[in-house]
Design a protein around this ligand. Structure first.
Ligand SMILES: Cc1cc2nc3c(=O)[nH]c(=O)nc-3n(C[C@H](O)[C@H](O)[C@H](O)COP(=O)(O)OP(=O)(O)OC[C@H]3O[C@@H](n4cnc5c(N)ncnc54)[C@H](O)[C@@H]3O)c2cc1C
Length: 435
């Protein structure tokens, strides 16, 4: 749904324009001509724009259901990352410019002025602590550092971003030159912050809590599907009212020892069959591997559904579903969700036949709709799986919507083949299993 994405982008752009206008309107010829005036104005502008972009970043990952459905969480996380460096650079510039500007105004050295800010201005020390937390979140998100950190460590550091923003808020309102004597600017800024906080609290706390109180999900059974891959079936109340499409995922939190404090994303491997929900998980690390040991009766909290990897993204009446490894599982649910009129071809890639997760279910679903099913099985060195092989398996691929889900490298590889075979970019849909 590009309309939703465009509308959101337009709103963000309008907000940015309004933010800049607020700062510019607060300046006068006199204030700019005063000693340090230009530096101070520059410091205000960078501070405002940097903070505004920070709020946009928070909104992008606030899990707003309509935005998640329209754009997909992976795309939102990509946008969040892309913006990422700007607020940090702008807020750092704000610190430098405001300090140098006031140093010129007071005719003192830069370090002296910084010390005065930290020790005598209300709430500036707290804001400085918040800035340090933001820097920490930024540094741990650099690809090199991110790869070396456990996901959970990175996540906890990111949680401090909320604290960082809370610490920074008061110094803006109390000491910000753009607010003093400008009640309208102050009111707009407070509304913007409160609305952002409201969205985060509603989408990340209130909605999930209310839903989980209703669902009361518990693990019913855990069984092996393939080596290292387990299906978990949970049961709950009121699941018939859960609006979810095949291909979507939830954040799952299992209330068992060592697992309760972190939620992980897993896609449904079948459409809900109230009162049951099923996920199929490959044990890769501490969380996913521990799920095989879960006892029936374990309480489960879910957040979602999320993701745009659904049949609603489809632009044609023909699809090719191409999967490998545990990435086959959302394709299985997606296949089940496709209208009977849609012509479906399924291609699964695996090293060994045993590695094809949910193989019998997939074959049966394809058979029921009279589609085509292909397995490409064998080691990478022996079996060719390139654009020529793909063209042979799906000769009319350029006229189909192509859904891809597999390990990171697999997605990129098939994406490139599909592009080479002339599939338009907007017909290619993929779910990445790591952010
Ligand atoms: C949208 C989506 C849907 C997914 N669906 C499935 C599924 O149906 N079945 C399945 O087996 N796997 C699925 N995954 C992958 C699964 O979430 C990870 O394998 C699991 O979270 C790994 O956690 P761990 O502690 O076991 O391993 P770790 O060793 O901690 O992590 C292994 C890798 O998984 C990624 N990861 C870890 N935790 C998270 C998290 N909370 N959010 C995002 N990425 C994380 C990290 O990038 C890391 O490189 C999905 C991932 C995403 C993003």
């Amino acid at each position: 749904m590009p309309f939703v994405a465009d509308a959101f982008a337009a709103l963000v752009g309008l907000g940015l324009g309004a933010t800049i206008a607020l700062v510019v309107a607060g300046e006068t010829r006199g204030s700019l001509a005063a000693p340090g005036g230009v530096l101070i104005a520059g410091g205000r502008l960078t501070g405002f724009v940097g903070t505004y972009l920070m709020l946009v970043m928070i909104l992008l990952i606030a899990r707003m259901p309509w935005l998640e459905r329209a754009v997909g969480q992976d795309a939102l996380v990509r946008w969040h990352r892309r913006i990422g460096g700007w607020p940090l650079v702008l807020i750092a510039l704000h610190v430098v410019l405001i300090t140098l500007g006031y140093a010129q105004l007071q005719k003192v050295g830069g370090l002296h002025q910084l010390w005065t800010f930290l020790t005598t201005y209300p709430d500036v020390l707290a804001a400085a602590a918040g800035f340090c937390l933001l820097i920490l979140a930024g540094v741990t998100s650099i690809r090199y550092a991110r790869r070396r950190l456990q996901y959970e460590t990175w996540w906890v550091v990111h949680l401090y971003t909320y604290l960082a923003l809370a610490l920074a808020f008061a110094h803006q309102i109390v000491t910000g030159g753009a607010f003093i004597g400008h009640p309208l600017t102050r009111a707009i800024w407070i509304v913007l912050w409160s609305a952002t906080a409201g969205v985060v609290i509603a989408c990340r706390i209130v909605i999930p809590v209310v839903r989980n109180l209703r669902f009361r999900l518990r693990v019913v059974s855990v069984h092996q599907e393939a080596p290292g891959v387990y299906s978990l079936v949970c049961s709950g109340r009121g699941l018939s009212r859960l609006a979810v499409s095949g291909g979507q995922f939830f954040q799952w939190r299992f209330l068992a020892q060592g697992l309760w404090w972190h939620a992980h994303p897993y896609s449904l491997s079948a459409l809900p069959q109230p009162p049951f929900l099923r996920v199929t998980v490959k044990g890769l690390g501490d969380h996913s591997a521990a799920l095989a040991q879960l006892r029936p009766g374990t309480r489960v909290l879910i957040e979602g559904p999320y993701g745009a990897f659904t049949q609603h993204a489809r632009t044609t009446e023909k699809v090719a579903l191409i999967g490998a490894g545990v990435g086959i599982t959302p394709l299985r649910a997606l296949l089940e969700d496709l209208p009977a009129s849609v012509d479906a071809t399924v291609v699964v890639r695996a090293s060994k036949p045993d590695d094809i997760v949910l193989r019998h279910e997939l074959k049966e679903l394809v058979r029921q709709r009279d589609g085509d099913y292909h397995e490409v099985v064998g080691s990478r060195h022996k079996i060719r799986f390139d654009e020529r092989a793909l063209r042979k398996l799906v000769p009319d691929i350029d006229g189909r919507d192509v859904y891809i889900c597999g390990p990171g490298g697999f997605n990129e590889m098939v994406l490139a083949y599909a592009a080479q075979l002339g599939v338009p970019r907007e017909h290619i849909h993929q779910e990445a299993f790591s952010f």
